[in-house]
Design a protein around this ligand. Structure first.
Ligand code: 13P
Ligand code: SF4
Length: 321
């Protein structure tokens, strides 16, 4: 790793961006960003992707430092795969309501109460929950992973009840579901969506499978962030109402500059009327700069948990090659 050249603290957005690129190069760091990150961070990243793409990139990188512009469970996943690399997250408080909805003690009791069940867990969970799982999945590969299991295999699907209900319908299974949810995808306002559709009758409504069934039932297409991006590119329609975190519109508009993209509205009581994940938005240019400069906050996972959590993660990576 090279020695850090200390220059004056950046003041403008352009200076922050320039310094982040310089530090990244100097320290042989790779910047991985989720589609829900603020636009400037996405533009600086070496790779922008969904949860599956990001975990694949984390498994491939030969950088010394992984800077994860995403939330805690994503950085933790990168550390589980790369115990010898330094993994840093611009704001260590960037958590996830869905991951928080599965506390390890209660989850352990739930698993023990279903002894003959295989535990298929969505990647949006803590390392401790991964360590209690048999296979990890993401919204991109969940249907294929579940379909690869024997038809009579009993399964626990956790922690997202909405994704679980969607997967039960898609795969014809009757998986036991953990009752967790993402606060952003639960907050879409059906009445406002219907009004918006009246104003934009030609717009196709598309949604992420973390959304509840009433939202998914009215969707022309359901998919992970990556699949939603591919859909708007490949579909002939010119207008879309997009029900997922609003940060995705940055990359989406880049890919389809001439199409009209409208974020699905959230209920009034949500933190933001346009469905923003406040955890994802905790990472800022300034925090990213400080994180690279000081190489903190660093993400660590206790070795016994890491080893156990790696097994279901590797199964997922193997099954979704
Ligand atoms: P994907 O990246 O798998 O689409 O999941 C979205 C999400 O909520 C990540 O936190
Ligand atoms: Fe978690 Fe939802 Fe935010 Fe994704 S959008 S990080 S699932 S709270």
């Amino acid at each position: 790793m090279g020695e850090t050249t200390q220059v004056g603290k950046p003041r403008t957005r352009a200076e922050y961006m320039e310094e982040i690129l310089r530090l990244k190069k100097e320290k042989n760091a790779v910047l991985l960003a989720h589609y829900y990150q603020e636009a400037d961070i996405q533009d600086l990243a070496d790779y922008v992707g969904d949860s599956l793409g990001l975990s694949r990139k984390a498994a491939e990188t030969d950088a010394d430092i992984i800077v994860f512009a995403g939330v805690h469970f994503m950085a933790e996943t990168a550390k589980i795969i790369n115990p010898d690399k330094k993994v840093i997250l611009p704001d260590e408080n960037a958590g996830c309501s869905l991951a928080d909805s599965a506390p390890p003690k209660e989850f352990k009791e739930f698993v023990e109460a279903h002894p003959d069940h295989l535990v298929v867990t969505y990647i949006n969970c803590s390392a401790e929950i991964k360590a209690m799982s048999d296979i990890i999945c993401t919204s991109s590969n969940a249907v294929d992973i579940i379909n690869s299991l024997p038809k009579d295999q009993k399964i626990i699907c956790a922690p997202d009840r909405n994704l679980g209900e969607y997967l039960n319908i898609q795969t014809g299974r009757d998986m036991v579901l953990w009752d967790g949810a993402c606060m952003v995808h639960e907050a879409f306002a059906m009445d406002k969506i219907l009004d918006l559709h009246k104003e934009n009758p030609n717009a196709k409504f598309i949604a992420h499978p973390e959304s509840p069934q009433n939202i998914l039932r009215i969707s022309a297409f359901v998919g992970s962030t990556e699949k939603l991006l591919n859909f708007v590119q490949e579909d002939d329609n010119e207008e879309f109402i997009v029900a997922t975190e609003a940060g995705i519109l940055h990359e989406m508009q880049k890919r389809v500059p001439n199409k009209k993209l409208i974020p699905a509205p959230a209920k009034e009581d949500n933190t933001c009327s346009c469905s923003e994940c406040h955890y994802m938005k905790m990472n800022t240019l300034e925090k990213l700069y400080n994180c690279l400069l000081n190489e903190t906050p660093e993400i660590d996972v206790p070795e016994d948990i890491r080893k156990k959590a790696l097994v279901p993660l590797e199964r997922m990576l193997e099954l979704s090659k």
